[in-house]
Design a protein around this ligand. Structure first.
Ligand code: NDP
Length: 321
């Protein structure tokens, strides 16, 4: 495993990390989560991603139990706040009240004294940016979180947070968590990359396989037992478009040519960018985790010819495809 600095901070995160969305508390029970986390840790993964809203808090409870036997100082644990978790107008968003209450609820569920990374899961137009930055800065000063960041914020919103932090001598966001995969690259490469250079922002990216599509598993249709086959995943089935499948088939062909799997090539391609500190993978089975970790051996094989081939494939599908 290689470790990269989280942006300009001193924190090192494993190039591949493991997240809990949809899996922990749904497809993945306590026992399997324990198995996945321990297998990941043994193979060098130090970063585990979560959010208060995943499986209504169950994902944090399950992850909290699974990491209990591991050395806390070896782990980088994250969670997020924004989406509704409590009824009522203050049970959501990024008000000072909800940030403080949500953070303490996450700590209780995970059985932790502090989180390493804490994200604003989305931008909140109802809360002044000064209030958000101040709340995060206070949590850092209290030792409840070590770094704070954003997820799916526009570049201008992140820049605004930097400006406010500088003006009032507060901690600016250290990282952004964007979607980044072969289907969705423009935001990271065109909008966020300049912020990484200018502000030292680190990127920890999500859905490297677009929920599994870029593993090639849906090339011949929906597979039983997969994420897209789950009853409440109609929105994911809608994302398995002919254009995306055509593109994935080309990635599969290229992967076969060099003797790796589609998933490994798709993940390795993300790690070619130095702005990416860590790629958060999801896994419902230990074999998937093992396969995805194999991407680390593919990164060095991405020479100019191969990257050019991938560029041609990427041109094939539009971002909305
Ligand atoms: P992926 O795109 O990697 O999708 C993971 C899913 O794909 C797995 O659960 C599995 O689903 C399938 N899969 C994974 N590897 C393989 C493989 N090798 N072969 C076949 N199928 C495979 O990532 P996620 O969408 O799960 O996102 C990763 C993490 O990112 C989340 O857990 C979360 O922590 C974070 N995230 C953050 C968001 C944000 O707003 N900040 C939004 C979404 C995610 P199955 O077996 O069921 O088919």
């Amino acid at each position: 495993m290689h470790y990269r600095r989280l942006g300009r901070s001193g924190l090192k995160v494993s190039e591949i990390s493991l997240g809990a969305w949809i899996t922990f508390g749904n497809q993945v029970d306590e026992q399997l989560a324990d198995q996945l986390i321990h297998a990941a840790y043994e193979q060098g993964i130090n970063h585990f991603d979560n959010a208060d809203v995943y499986a209504n808090g169950q994902a944090e409870i399950i992850m909290g139990k699974a990491i209990r036997g591991l050395p806390r100082e070896a782990l980088v644990i994250s969670s997020k706040v924004f989406w509704p978790t409590v009824p009522g107008p203050n049970g959501r968003g990024l008000s000072r009240k909800h940030i403080f209450e949500a953070l303490h609820a996450s700590l209780r569920r995970m059985g932790l004294e502090y989180l390493d990374l804490y994200y604003c899961h989305r931008y909140d137009p109802d809360t002044p940016i000064e209030e958000v930055v101040r709340s995060m800065d206070d949590l850092i000063r209290q030792g409840k979180i070590l770094y704070w960041g954003t997820s799916e914020w526009e570049a201008a919103q992140i820049a605004q947070a930097y400006g406010v932090a500088r003006q009032y001598n507060m901690q600016p966001p250290t990282m952004e968590q964007p979607e980044y995969n072969l289907f969705r690259r423009q935001r990271v490469e065109n909008e966020l990359a300049p912020l990484c250079k200018d502000f030292g922002l680190g990127l920890i990216t999500w859905s490297p396989l677009a929920g599994g599509i870029l593993s090639g598993k849906y090339n011949e249709g929906i597979v039983e037992g997969s994420r897209a086959a789950l009853a409440d995943m109609g929105w994911m089935r809608d994302q398995i478009t002919p254009a995306r499948i055509a593109m994935t088939r080309q990635v599969t062909a290229l992967a076969q040519e060099i003797g790796v799997t589609t998933a490994q090539l798709a993940i390795a391609w993300l790690l070619r960018r130095k702005e990416v500190s860590s790629v958060i993978t999801g896994a419902s089975k230990p074999e998937q985790l093992d396969e995805n970790l194999g991407a680390l051996d593919v990164v060095d094989r991405l020479d100019d010819d191969l990257l050019e081939e991938i560029e041609k494939i990427c041109d094939f599908a539009s971002e909305s495809g």
